[in-house]
Design a protein around this ligand. Structure first.
Ligand code: SF4
Length: 49
């Protein structure tokens, strides 16, 4: 699910981002979001068994 959130850029302007959000009641713990996370280096989400 994507939530619209307001954020401030480095130059002070405001933008709207679509932030991924886990819906606990629908998560099956498959781990896809962790292993396919586009953030470089360590994933931005951890799935625990
Ligand atoms: S673990 Fe799987 S089902 Fe749960 S949020 Fe990540 S991708 Fe979705």
């Amino acid at each position: 699910m994507l939530d619209s959130v307001e954020a401030e850029t480095g130059n002070g302007s405001r933008i709207t981002l679509q932030r991924p959000t886990v819906v606990p009641g629908r998560c099956i713990g498959c781990g896809l979001c962790e292993y396919k996370c586009p953030v470089s280096g360590e994933a931005a989400i951890r799935v625990q068994a």
